[in-house]
Design a protein around this ligand. Structure first.
Ligand code: GLY
Length: 573
């Protein structure tokens, strides 16, 4: 494996002179990120970690298709990117075959059967903040392993054994951590000690981590071996299930053997919509992301963004007003479709979204309290991860997967060596009442037994004239939707290449709080002044999103965008 990976790294050579020239020109103009190896004809993998990207490209070169590579990457990320890559969490996949068949897989976590609406409230009926965020009670029933088994059974070409093996190798032999990871692991020590008795098998807590330290995870390797041998039963039954249930008993969590055995990933019909002639294929509920993305695109389509320019005051104003209205809808109307009747058709009607923009006033910001009195969930964690893959036939996979918070609930399953999610916090802990952030949550997303919590994850594929055009997605909690949206318009309206579109500075508004969050220098000072004069409250913040995307160029090459905000890495062949 190691030899193969070294070989693959050496083989990062584009196939034609034309591609070489384009890559060289891009490098000279600074358009490729440090971890973007250029354009390729056969296949491409973009993930949040260099080792996971190597695994994906290894599987593609071995003859695997995009789904084989995606399954291998999901498991590899659980090893090399444990703050969001996972087997103890969940996610969504949007798939498009080379022939144009599309599908969506919902492997989101579920509430345990004994979960109840008020489980995070104290005796006075107020939310107990940390209960849904940290420790055993914060975990939903994990969906990732069931999702990968389901995806592989339906579309995989290589054997299950072959696609799980690279992750086992990485866990068993170890891998060299990045500088960013060394700082994170050193910072994690106290929190992990607090939550996990006797420390944890995930990391050696006695170590001081440095860039290139070797991280070996023997217990996780054993868990992956069981998954490799027994498929879904290797995780949801037997020794691993026993370890999860023992963890729950130790920490007063709710997940039982029946919850694990009953977990199913669900195939859903992707949401489709159009924007300036491009077809958008994206994730339906349990994600809010697909509906909200198409609502945003429909809301801004009548406006000449290209003429106004990228992040000009007019462009920002129209987008912020669209975001305000769409996020108000999100809060009110979206939840698990198996439990709540989501008005999908109505929300995706272009006439509806045009009408929603009718009270937009150029002279002044629309105060959010004048927009449909809805309810919105509180602050969402931004620690999720996305990867995009295209194989040599043109099959495409867009997967966003998460533990919710960074390192999830921080609970490491003893004997299993993996982290559990804290996805329960994505429910509205107390519908109709303000939460810790002064926001209120929606009835549609109230906690119920076996229900999936609402998500913002927005794995998306874009077609142009019936052909694959873009594969895109990002982490970022509530900023996921607006980051995917901005990445699409950066290419479609502002003619950016994939890397530039991904790296471009972003901004975000989500109805409540009524503030526009901007990355440093995202909006120039004159535009900022004009917006502030109209009543927009502009707040500087850190990085927004970590988009990993692939674009099919008009000259037939795959062009990647690996987000420079992280260790994200694009590899192709
Ligand atoms: N946990 C983040 C999301 O699902 O949107």
């Amino acid at each position: 494996m190691q030899r193969t990976i070294k070989l693959l790294t050496k083989l990062k050579i584009s196939s034609t002179l034309i591609v070489l020239v384009i890559v060289f020109a891009s490098c000279v103009s600074g358009q490729l990120g440090k971890n973007n190896s250029g354009e390729f004809k056969n296949g491409m993998v973009v993930t949040a970690h260099p080792e996971a990207s190597k695994v994906g490209i290894y599987i593609l070169k071995k003859g695997g298709n995009a789904v084989d590579a995606a399954v291998a990457v999901q498991f590899a990320l659980a090893v090399v990117y444990p703050n969001a890559g996972n087997i103890g969490g969940g996610g969504f996949m949007v798939y498009r075959s080379a022939k144009g068949e599309v599908n969506a897989l919902d492997f989101r976590e579920k509430a345990a059967a004994s979960a109840s609406r008020d489980m995070y409230l104290d005796s006075a009926g107020n939310p107990v903040v940390d209960k849904s965020l940290f420790g055993h009670l914060a975990a939903g029933v994990p969906g990732s392993v069931a999702g990968m088994v389901e995806a592989h059974q339906k579309y995989g070409k290589l054997s299950w054994r072959e696609v799980v093996q690279p992750a086992i190798d990485l866990a068993e032999n170890g891998f060299k951590i990045t500088k960013r990871q060394s700082a994170e692991l050193n910072g994690l020590h106290r929190k992990l000690m607090d939550i996990n008795i006797n420390g944890t098998a995930m990391v050696n807590l006695e170590s001081t981590w440095q860039e290139n330290s070797l991280l070996v995870q023997t217990e996780l390797a054993n868990t992956l071996k069981l998954i490799q041998q027994k498929g879904k039963a290797g995780f949801y039954e037997g020794a691993v299930a026993d370890s999860i249930v023992a963890e729950m008993q130790r920490g007063k969590g709710l997940i039982t053997k029946e919850d694990l055995k009953n977990y199913r990933a669900v195939w859903r019909k992707p949401i489709t919509g159009s924007y300036r002639g491009y077809k958008i294929i994206t994730m339906p509920p349990t994600s809010s992301g697909g509906i909200a993305l198409i609502q945003l695109l429909q809301s801004v389509e009548p406006y000449p963004l290209k003429k106004w320019g990228h992040n000009s005051d007019s462009t920002v104003q129209v987008i912020v007003e669209a975001e305000r209205r769409v996020y108000a809808d999100r809060a009110t109307h979206l939840g698990d479709p198996d439990f709540y009747s989501v008005p999908q058709k109505e929300l995706l009607d272009p006439v509806y979204n045009k009408r929603r923009m009718a009270n937009f006033n150029w002279a002044a910001a629309t105060p959010s309290d004048q927009i449909l009195a809805g309810v919105i969930k509180g602050k969402e964690s931004e620690e999720t991860t996305h990867f995009s893959i295209v194989d040599h036939e043109g099959n495409a996979v867009s997967i966003t997967t998460t533990l919710n918070g960074s390192y999830g609930s921080l609970v490491v399953v003893k004997g299993g060596g993996f982290l559990l999610n804290n996805e329960m916090d994505d429910f509205s802990v107390k519908p109709g009442a303000p939460n810790m952030y002064g926001l209120v949550g929606g009835e549609a997303n109230a906690i119920a037994p076996n229900k999936r919590m609402l998500s913002s994850m927005t794995p998306t594929i874009v077609e142009k004239e019936g052909k694959l055009f873009m594969v895109v997605g990002t982490p970022g909690g509530s900023t996921i939707i607006t980051s995917v949206f901005q990445t699409i318009i950066n290419v479609v309206d502002f003619d950016m290449n994939m890397q530039v579109a991904v790296a471009a500075k972003k901004f975000h508004h989500q109805w409540l709080p009524d503030e526009v969050y901007v990355e440093k220098d995202a909006i120039d000072s004159l535009s900022t002044q004009k917006l502030e004069a109209k009543g927009y409250k502009i707040i500087n913040r850190g990085a927004i999103g970590r988009v990993d995307a692939i674009l099919k160029t008009t000259w037939g090459a795959y062009q990647a965008g690996a987000d420079p905000r992280g260790d994200d890495t694009a590899l192709g062949y």
